[in-house]
Design a protein around this ligand. Sequence first.
Ligand code: DGL
Length: 273
Amino acid sequence: MAWKAIGIFDSGVGGLTVLKEIVRALPQEDTIYLGDTARVPYGTKSPETVSRYARQIASFLLSRDIKLLVVACNTASAVALDSLKELLPIPVVGVIEPGARRAAAVTETGKVGVIGTEGTIRSSAYAKAIKRMNPEIEVITRACPLFVPLAEEGWVDNEVVRLTARLYLRGLREEGVDTLVLGCTHYPLLKGVISEVMGEGVTLVDSAEETARTVAEILLGSGMLRPAAEQGNHHYFVTDVPAGFIKVGNRFLGGQLGDVYQVSLEDDAAGEG
Ligand code: DGL
């Protein structure tokens, strides 16, 4: 039997933090990753634009015969997940719901903080998802846009990132949240500094880890999980020249990327408006 791959996409390199967790949880699965490096960042763009990009990418990955689609980008999950779920004939998993579920489960004081891009925070997608699980929880949010370039630059442990984190997170600390959702693909790289600034009593929720768990549950439940004895292959596609993606990607993945191919989504997106 030929096992199909899991499709994963992000605006760029950040979704590799989600791929890393999926590969850790399910090393037997083949994956196809698309990073939309020609059009990154999504976090500052309108919901309409991000949704259009997401549909184009979904159609590209679907044409590669995937069995499940992971929207690794928090911004795309926040604004495009529902329409992708309606459109596609396969399961679609975003990163918001798994992170929100975990946060609702671990908070003891009922005060949860969420950090993400401007687009994710503006959408209120995390706050809505957490409140769906428990309306009593108070959700305090903060956009932290500078964390994205800092993580890509590899500045994850120096005075610049520490000062930036202190300024961004001060309000959340003062509010006394006991749980903080890392609602952006890049933030797991800054876990050390974020945790140091927030202090010991605050639990960090990594949406990437929770998403990998959800993917495993869905594949198991639907009989699509590949036998554990197999070894998965990983393919990477980007929409700009691969050099920058490879350089930063190895760090995000914590290992060596395989071959990375450049593709044009315009060909796949005929008829998209
Ligand atoms: N991948 C995006 C996210 O998780 C961060 C980078 C961007 O703005 O495109 O929201």
